[in-house]
Write a new protein. Sequence first.
Length: 228
Amino acid sequence: MPPAADTHRPVVLDRREGPFGEVVLRGRGDDFEIIANGCFLMDTSDGRSERLLIDAALAALPSGRPAPSVLIGGLGVGFSLVRAVSQPRWGRITVVEREQAIVDWHLDGPLGRISGAALRDPRTGVLRTDLVAHLHTTTERYDALCLDIDNGPDWTVTQDNESLYSPAGLAACHARLTPGGVLAVWSAQPSPGFGSALRNAGFRAVTTEEVAVARGVPDVVHLALARE
């Protein structure tokens, strides 16, 4: 009788080479994992902090602001998008994702079982472009920026992403927000220095919210409000 399959061993479902390096989709039992340039990004085993990214941003906005718009930086495994679509208060929901492979895995691949309905929501639009470039070039303004493209300000996936957390990058974030809009940034670990960088960039009401994980330091959502 053949041995039982090892459900804890990852299986490569797709591997792509793109302009930013290699991106891999793996299956591990019933879960999926995304790996970029050999760096683990996220999986579907626990989406609490990805949902908190959206919840905390919405809670920070004034309750009287009708149909606020949100830009979600990074489609990932889709948890943040699905959370935003589940909340009727959000108006326009824009997702920026630079990896064509990740978009394909959602539109035509295994991740569609998570995000399919959310992508079909009439409020949802997907921009297949680089987030940093979009923030510096678009004239659109949003009530909330919910950014999850790295493992945090101190642990970027590619060197290009480091500029997002620089003074110029944070200034671009501030410029893309409506007065009193909220910036929410996901991180796999606390980054005390990032709070100071946000204040120096003109943000106010800088706070952090944590989600405990089974092992290691907690996941963190950094929050800050643009000037009125």
